[in-house]
Design a protein around this ligand. Structure first.
Ligand SMILES: [Zn+2]
Length: 466
């Protein structure tokens, strides 16, 4: 007889999933409100278990052997910064060493028939794509964590929700779908991006069927609001949108203004889904501490930084059973707030909103500049849209930065004064001269890929390398 096929419901102990990671709404009445001691004890126990597991994965065995690290030496959360760290470059090296999957997957090719898996790719914005296998357990817990974010933002069972994430080789759309359908009791309408279902058709569906939310990136929500206006629809009156759980990309206030509904930010990345979520009390994002331990290290020295100081966010993911994420230096700039009880009642620690990527930092005539900071200043100017793209180039052997913004004024006499004012504003706020160009609305779509990528691209380094 042929070997039986193991299916997700054979592979996942669902009772264990909900016991270990309470889903919404139970979560918000239990662990969300736990005292710090209890939370930290839970995180530490899970971290130690995950370290033991990762010790059997080739990638970590090599990484840890190089620095003589022994997982047994992690006895408190204060020891977490001693865990060796890696960046996306180490993942690329792992793929080069053991192509095409790398030795970080936690599951060998020979074992793969034992349970079903999903394969998604990350890295559309910087460099080549990186594959990650997800076990059924990892899909379920990842979806459950995402559903917590949706519930906290205000989505409820029975809600119709447009899933406008681009279905593709990355897992954004699948994750939203699984969270809504499997863990929230909500009903996804899978429109995918504007390339699959035209934006106007998505808007018609949202209006006609009373969608409670649209899940996508912040940029696309603003684009949708513009298209709605052009079609004679009022985003505030002709829709039943209640909230937007969305990685806002700093566009939260503009999204709320455009749609008249609250936007709640989040932080996460491809391999682990949601790490931190914004509560209605605002003032930063709560780290989901039953699933993650995080800390911040200096961008240059790698030394652990005290609360309040900005550096690279290091994430230790506690819940996975396939590829582990232990000591991942995300190179995302963040700061942690000292632990205190939030007005929402939670003790889960908070981090600041996403501030940019440290590997995008450019040293321009002695000043450190981040493209995200340039974009924030440039797009705050009246008369220009929310889109921007920053290019670093070598001009006459000097590094120069140019920011391009979109405006209806492009090509008119008014464009010159606008770009001059933005350049002056950039110089005043960032302390360095940055060239500014005003281009037509929609002209940056190709460069940013905002209608197709899971995260729009904002920066390109075209400097000569020597
Ligand atoms: Zn809170």
């Amino acid at each position: 007889m042929a070997a039986p096929i193991r299916r997700p419901h054979d592979s996942v102990d669902f009772e264990a999933v909900v016991r270990l990671y309470p889903p919404a709404p139970e979560f918000f009445e239990s662990r969300w409100l736990d005292e710090p001691d209890r939370l930290e004890q839970l995180s530490l126990g899970r971290l130690r278990t995950e370290l033991e597991r990762a010790a059997h994965i080739g990638f970590y065995r090599r990484l840890w052997a190089e620095s003589g690290f022994e997982p047994r030496r992690v006895r408190s959360l204060d020891d977490a910064p001693n865990i060796p760290r890696y960046t996306v470059d180490d993942i690329r090296a792992s793929i080069a060493l053991d192509p095409p999957f790398g030795d970080y997957q936690g599951q060998s090719v020979a074992e793969r028939h034992k349970e079903p898996a999903r394969l998604f790719f990350s890295g559309g914005t910087t460099g080549s794509s990186r594959p990650t296998f997800y076990t059924p357990w990892d899909r379920e817990v990842g979806g459950l964590l995402t559903a917590r974010a949706y519930y906290l933002a205000g989505l409820r069972p029975g809600d119709l929700v447009l899933n406008s994430w681009a279905y593709g080789i990355h897992q954004g759309a699948a994750c939203a779908d699984e969270a809504l359908y499997r863990w929230l009791g909500a009903t996804p309408i899978t429109t995918s991006s504007g390339q699959v279902t035209p934006t106007i058709r998505q808007l018609e569906i949202a209006a006609e069927y009373g969608a409670a939310s649209i899940l996508t990136i912040g940029d696309y929500l603003l684009h949708m609001a513009r298209v709605a206006h052009e079609a004679g629809l009022d985003p505030k009156k002709d829709f039943a949108i209640r909230c937007f759980p969305v990685p806002t990309g700093g566009l939260g206030a503009q999204i709320e203004e455009a749609w008249g509904a609250p936007a709640y930010d989040s932080y996460g990345f491809h391999e682990v889904n949601y790490v931190a979520i914004e509560c209605p009390a605002r003032g930063g994002l709560h780290v989901l501490e039953d699933a993650f331990v995080v800390h911040v290290v200096d961008v240059d020295t790698g030394e652990p930084l005290p609360d309040g100081e900005q550096g690279n966010l290091v994430v230790h993911c506690l819940y996975k059973t396939g590829s582990a994420q232990i000591g991942y230096n995300t190179q995302d700039l963040a700061r942690l707030y000292p632990r205190s009880r939030c007005a929402c009642g939670s003790w889960m620690r908070k981090m600041d909103y996403f501030a940019g990527r440290s590997d995008n930092m450019i040293k321009l005539r002695g000043t450190n500049v981040w493209p995200e900071a340039v974009g924030k200043v440039a797009t705050a100017h009246p008369g220009v849209g929310a889109e921007y793209f920053v290019v670093a180039e070598t001009v006459d052997a000097r590094d120069e930065l140019t920011v391009r913004v979109e405006s209806e004024l492009a090509g008119t006499d008014a464009a010159g004064p606008v770009s001059e004012e933005i350049a002056q504003d950039l110089r005043a706020k960032l302390g360095v001269r940055i060239r500014t160009e005003v281009v037509a609305v929609g002209e940056l779509d190709g460069a940013t890929g905002r209608l197709t990528l899971s995260k729009p691209k904002r920066f390109e380094d075209r400097r000569d390398r020597n």
